[in-house]
Design a protein around this ligand. Structure first.
Ligand code: ADP
Ligand code: MG
Length: 260
């Protein structure tokens, strides 16, 4: 696994899709755990006010300081780092208060680059930085995309899978043009694939036809171990490393890091 794009600096991934419940948080947490497990110093930055990634990595919704304090300029990103239960994996936690940033950020000129500037000094310290984005294309997701090198797009393997993807890809293009020329799509990952159904097979075939070359080979199966892992404050790769879901995330991490 060697995806270093830029000397010794971190490659930054934003896991984004404006739809909720498609597997963003699960993908961000497990990708981060896999590359950390492979020995790379890794940072997960939770920018969803729901703080599911924060809690899924064993922290609480009431840590201090958080990414909200970083947005407010009260602390450096370095000062807001927290250790997780996973070796090599640090967390910049979120908090429900971060919802306020959706109102506050648009009122601050140039606020799109706050995260990029705040994380710049950490790019020497980490090999991978992974953002878990909220379910919208609002100011928080824009901040992540301005800071990122690559976007990973989880898509649930279900009937309306392609809906909204065009808007997401347009947003990436707009940010690339206006704010961050180095941004690109790492790929689309099909999640919650139910191998017993014809529907999942059909959706997968359709998505691969629509976006040739953009879909990761690794497909994440629907797997109860994946769903229950957050209640233990662990990624599934550490909750049950031998289950099908963990195996799929290890494979995906190899693909993502190789393309990174
Ligand atoms: P998002 O962050 O896009 O809202 P989540 O990652 O929180 O999506 O996933 C939505 C729900 O689906 C969660 O309850 C999660 O545990 C569950 N889930 C995600 N991936 C899987 C999977 N591969 N198998 C089973 N359940 C999953
Ligand atoms: Mg989420």
């Amino acid at each position: 696994m060697d995806g270093r794009s830029d000397g010794d600096r971190a490659t930054i991934f934003a896991v984004a899709n404006q739809k909720g419940g498609v597997g963003k948080t699960t993908t961000a947490v497990n990708l981060a755990a896999c590359v950390a497990e492979a020995g790379y110093p890794t940072l997960l930055v939770d920018i969803d006010p729901q703080a599911n990634a924060t809690v899924g990595l064993g922290l609480t919704k009431h840590e201090s300081p958080t990414v909200y304090d970083v947005f407010g300029g009260e602390v450096t990103a370095e000062a807001a780092l927290h250790a997780s239960a996973i070796e090599n994996l640090s967390v910049l936690p979120s908090t429900p208060e971060l919802a306020g940033a959706n109102v506050e950020l648009p009122r601050i000129a140039g606020s799109e680059t706050i995260l990029r500037e705040a994380l710049e000094p950490l790019r020497e310290q980490f090999r991978f930085i992974i953002f878990d984005c909220p379910p919208s294309l609002g100011p928080l997701t824009v901040n992540a995309m301005v800071a990122a090198d690559r976007v990973v797009v989880p898509v649930q393997t279900e009937y309306f899978a392609l809906e909204g993807l065009a808007d997401l890809l347009d947003t990436v293009q707009l940010i690339q043009r206006e704010l961050n020329p180095r941004l690109s799509i790492a790929g689309i990952v099909l999640t919650m694939h139910d191998g017993r159904t014809r529907l999942a097979e059909d959706v997968e075939a359709e998505v691969r036809k629509h976006f040739p070359g953009l879909i990761f080979d690794s497909v994440i199966p629907r797997n109860v171990r994946v769903a229950e892992a957050p209640s233990y404050g662990l990624p599934v790769t550490h909750h049950d490393p031998h289950c099908a879901g963990a195996g799929a995330y290890f494979d995906l991490a190899k693909e993502v890091a190789l393309r990174g």
